[in-house]
Write a protein that binds this ligand. Structure first.
Ligand code: FES
Ligand SMILES: [Fe+2]
Length: 404
């Protein structure tokens, strides 16, 4: 983010703080989000079709794949995906399904493998997806003579600013990632996160709709109450600056000491030093950026009332390698873990509240407008008829008859 944009945001935050206000929606009313948005299975089917299969999804960071053969698996709706770094250093994504009779190929969440052998009959694939070995291949003369046709089905994938993006539907139109990410892509690039190391990875399945963690992430109205002893002492309460770029979101939440900048030359102002930057790389990723470290969540729906949250922290290599700094950043990661638990307690509780039928809608106030934006982007995608294109059979799909 260029310095003049940082100064503009800081000036706005100082003004909000002095006037005891924050960034608010233009319209003079709340946004009411029907509970069915979080509880209706048909709604999830529409989201999968219109959003999850058809948009670039951030599924990881290059630091999770430092060596050839390092892999990670994710599940996007019905599509199991294997992401792996090849010997040529490229990170690729494949449908994680064996081309023989369709067993899920790699069942571990992360790991390292030079080859991927199917657990059923051991058809074996390289990290580039190529079919390498078929046991007793005299039973498969066509496959044996033309293995190139039976490699893993590759999906569109790209790396940008250190994050790996995948599109789960191989037939969906490919998007230009730089255009898709807009200013958020530029910010992530400027922050230099590509060079960071990844720490404390975890994957947790929660009994909540996938959108609830985003609702919690996108406002700091709750900081004073939910995070009373963890981050409330450090951050201004319910003061923030919201910006949207396409469907993506940036919220800036200022630290208390930002008020001291009034007495410091603007040329020395640094937004990252004085705030936490929250990004939603729509639809599935949340990134909280702090000085020299970050927290990342990739969220996936797992049924209408379950979701999988894949978390990791990112740390600047300089900090990671400086022994004298270890205590400081380890303490900060501990706070992040505690805040994560505080937030998880809330979204678990909200899903219970919704399942109870007690409310027919959730109310988002004017300063919870980032949440409203997040949901409006979903509404727009659901209304987008582009998603109605029928699935095509892949051009190289084998055909044939069974001799009797
Ligand atoms: S299903 Fe994979 S080897 Fe048979
Ligand atoms: Fe929170």
């Amino acid at each position: 983010m260029d310095h003049s944009t940082q100064v503009g945001i800081i000036q706005k935050l100082l003004e909000f703080n002095e006037q005891r206000t924050t960034d608010m929606a233009g319209q003079e009313s709340e946004y009411f989000n029907p509970v069915t948005v979080y509880t209706d299975p048909e709604r999830l089917s529409a989201e999968l079709k219109q959003i999850w299969y058809r948009r670039p999804l951030s599924v990881g960071h290059v630091a999770e794949f430092p060596k050839a053969g390092d892999f990670k698996t994710v599940q996007v709706g019905k599509v199991p995906i294997l992401v792996v770094r090849g010997k040529d250093d490229r990170i690729r994504a494949f449908v994680n399904v064996c081309r023989h009779r369709g067993t899920v190929l790699e069942e571990r969440e992360t790991g390292h493998a030079n080859t991927f052998a199917c657990p059923y009959h051991a058809w074996t694939y390289g990290a580039d997806g190529a079919l390498r070995h078929v046991p007793d291949d005299f039973g498969f003369p066509e496959v044996a003579s033309d293995k190139g046709r039976f490699g893993l089905r590759e999906l569109w994938s790209q790396v940008h600013a250190g994050f790996v993006y995948v599109q789960a539907d191989g037939n969906a139109p490919e998007r230009e990632l730089v255009d898709w990410l807009d200013e958020v892509g530029k910010d992530l690039q400027d922050l230099g996160l590509a060079e960071y190391v990844a720490l404390e990875p975890s994957t947790v399945r929660h009994p909540v709709n996938w959108k609830l963690p985003f609702d919690i992430f996108l406002e700091n109205y709750h900081t004073k109450f939910t995070h009373r002893t963890t981050i409330y002492p450090v951050f201004l309460s319910n003061v923030g600056k919201f910006d949207s770029f396409g469907s993506h979101i940036r919220c800036v939440l200022p630290r208390r000491e930002i008020t001291e900048l009034r007495h410091i030359d603007e040329a020395k102002w640094d937004l990252v030093e004085q705030s936490t930057l929250l990004y939603v790389v729509w639809p599935n990723t949340m990134i909280a950026v702090l000085p020299e470290h970050a927290a990342v969540w990739h969220v996936y729906p797992d049924g209408v009332d379950h979701s999988t949250m894949n978390f990791y922290a990112l740390l600047a290599r300089r900090l990671y390698e400086a022994e004298a700094e270890a205590e400081k950043w380890q303490k900060s990661l501990k706070v992040i873990q505690k805040v994560k638990r505080e937030d998880a307690a809330r979204f678990l509780s909200i899903q219970q509240g919704m399942n109870s039928g007690g409310n027919s809608a959730l109310t988002f106030g004017r300063y919870e407008k980032a949440i409203a934006w997040f949901h409006q982007s979903i509404e727009e995608a659901l209304a987008d008829s582009e998603g109605d294109t029928p699935q095509e059979v892949p051009a190289d799909a084998p055909t044939g008859t069974v001799a009797r």
